[in-house]
Ligand binder design. Structure first.
Ligand SMILES: [Zn+2]
Length: 290
C-alpha cells in the first residue's frame, strides 16, 4: 500500500503539535518534543468514541500538550496507559491524573538512569490484560527489549498495534543495556509477527501499513548488524573493546550517532554472550564460536 498525499491519509507524516483523527475511535496528538531521538515528537493516542477515553503514552509533562489531550477527551479520561517509562512517554500521566482522576496503568519502572522518576502507575498492565472504553478496547502485550517494562497495545478488533518504542517509523530503536535486551527485543518481535496485525501505530512517526514486512525488515536489519559485529571481532583478531568495534560495525552510521550506537553494540554483544558465542573479560570481548 503506497503512502498517499491526501492530508487525511492515515499514513501521512505525524507533524509536531498536530492532532489527527485516525479512526472514529482513535486520535493521535503529536507532542511538541521533536528531536533526533523522538522524530517529530511523541505520539499520544486517544482511544474511544466517548463519553470516556483511554490515553496511551501521555508524553512529556508539557502544559500545551496536556491541555490538548484534555480538549480531545473533554477531560473524561478513564485510564492513562504507558507503554514504558522513558521520559518522553510517561511524565504527562501525573498531570492528567491530577486533573481528571484517571487511573494510570503500566508495568513498574526498572531502576536505571533512563527512566521517568515521576512515574507511579496505580496498577500493573499485565500481558493479555484488556482495557475497554466506550467504542474500543486494547489488549496489552508485554514486549521487553527496548525496555524491560515495555508493553505494546493492540486495538481490537481492528488489528492496529500501538507499538510504543518497540517499532518506530523511519528509524532504528535504541536498546539501552542492561535494562534493554537485544535477545528479548528480537523474541518480542517474533511474537508480534504471529498476530493478525493490519497496521503499526508507533510512539514516534507515521502509521506503518505493512506490519509483517516492517517486522521482518527490522529483524533482518538487527541480524545483519549482528553479523557485522562478528566480522568486526574477527577483523580485529578475534578480540576487541567496544571503542575499537564501533567505527567498524557502524561505519555506515554518522559519527555523531556513534555514542548511541555504542549502546546497541553492547546489546548485540550481550546477546552473543548469552548465546555463548562470545566471552567477556573486562572491556574485551572475544569471539568463541568456530
Ligand atoms: Zn523509549
Amino acid at each position: 500500500m503506497a503512502v498517499g498525499t491526501d492530508p487525511h491519509d492515515l499514513f501521512a507524516p505525524a507533524a509536531t503539535g498536530s492532532v489527527r483523527r485516525l479512526a472514529p475511535n482513535l486520535q493521535r496528538l503529536v507532542a511538541p518534543n521533536p528531536s533526533p531521538l523522538t522524530g517529530p515528537g511523541t505520539n499520544t493516542y486517544v482511544v474511544g468514541s466517548g463519553p470516556h477515553y483511554l490515553v496511551i503514552d501521555p508524553g512529556p509533562d508539557d502544559t500545551t500538550h496536556v491541555d490538548r489531550i484534555l480538549a480531545a477527551t473533554h477531560g473524561r479520561i478513564s485510564h492513562v496507559l504507558c507503554t514504558h517509562s522513558h521520559p518522553d512517554h510517561s511524565p504527562g500521566a501525573a498531570a492528567l491524573k491530577a486533573r481528571t482522576q484517571a487511573v494510570v496503568l503500566g508495568q513498574p519502572a526498572p531502576r536505571d538512569e533512563h527512566q521517568d522518576d515521576s512515574y507511579r502507575p496505580d496498577g500493573t498492565l499485565d500481558d493479555d490484560d484488556v482495557i475497554e472504553v466506550s467504542g474500543a478496547g486494547v489488549r496489552a502485550l508485554h514486549t521487553p527489549g527496548h525496555a524491560s517494562n515495555h508493553v505494546c497495545l493492540l486495538l481490537e478488533p481492528e488489528g492496529w498495534l500501538l507499538t510504543g518504542d518497540h517499532l518506530m517509523g523511519g528509524s532504528t530503536v535504541v536498546i539501552l543495556p542492561p535494562d534493554g535486551s537485544m535477545r528479548l527485543y528480537l523474541e518480542s518481535l517474533r511474537r508480534l509477527r504471529t498476530l493478525p496485525l493490519t497496521a503499526l501505530l508507533p510512539g514516534h512517526g507515521a502509521v506503518m501499513p505493512d506490519p509483517l514486512g516492517e517486522i521482518d525488515r527490522v529483524i533482518a536489519h538487527r541480524l545483519q548488524r549482528e553479523s557485522k559485529v562478528v566480522v568486526g571481532l574477527l577483523q580485529l583478531g578475534g578480540a576487541a573493546t567496544l571503542g575499537e568495534l564501533v567505527p567498524i560495525v557502524y561505519a555506515d552510521t554518522p559519527i555523531a550517532l556513534h555514542p548511541l550506537a555504542r549502546y546497541s553494540l553492547l546489546a548485540h554483544l550481550q546477546k552473543l554472550l548469552e548465546e555463548r558465542r562470545v566471552a567477556q573479560d573486562g572491556e574485551r570481548w572475544t569471539w568463541l564460536a568456530a
